[in-house]
Design a protein around this ligand. Sequence first.
Ligand code: HEC
Length: 143
Amino acid sequence: MTKKTTYNFLIITILITFFAVFNGFIYTSNENENPVKLTEQAMHGQRLWQENNCWSCHQTYGLGGYLGPDLTNIYSAENKGPSYIKAFLNSGVKAMPKFNFSEEEKNALVTYLKFIDSTGYYPNYKAKFKSNGWVELEYKNEK
Ligand code: HEC
């Protein structure tokens, strides 16, 4: 090997090693991991939410259909909450169908919406703009 090839080989080896170590670090670090587990009841509610197409008219975190309002923080909204949510499910309104849910199913949906509410704010007006250009959002479920 010429001197130049040896030199290139060395550089490549260093780069590959750096790449391997860096990837090992990235893929094994559990920083930023904040697993939130849904309870059985909340998962039941999530299933009902999907099966009954609530999402086709409603949004959570701004995502979903736009016929009805965003329900991210409906659970903790002033003058709303569990019985308010149930009232809508019981009777429907002009553009929202009436659902014949059992009490258990209504509770599951309320628990699901309570869970969503516990994760944060939408729209998030509590954002701080940092001097380095990043935006810091306020979450509800931070450790
Ligand atoms: C066909 C569209 C449609 C579907 C499907 C639908 N909704 Fe609605 N919903 C609406 C509309 C429109 C409103 C607003 C009614 C109003 O305020 O006049 C509404 C209002 C609500 C409200 C009250 C919101 C507020 O801030 O006052 C809740 C809670 C709600 N819906 C829950 C649900 C759930 C849970 C489901 C699924 C089981 C569902 N909706 C399915 C259209 C829909």
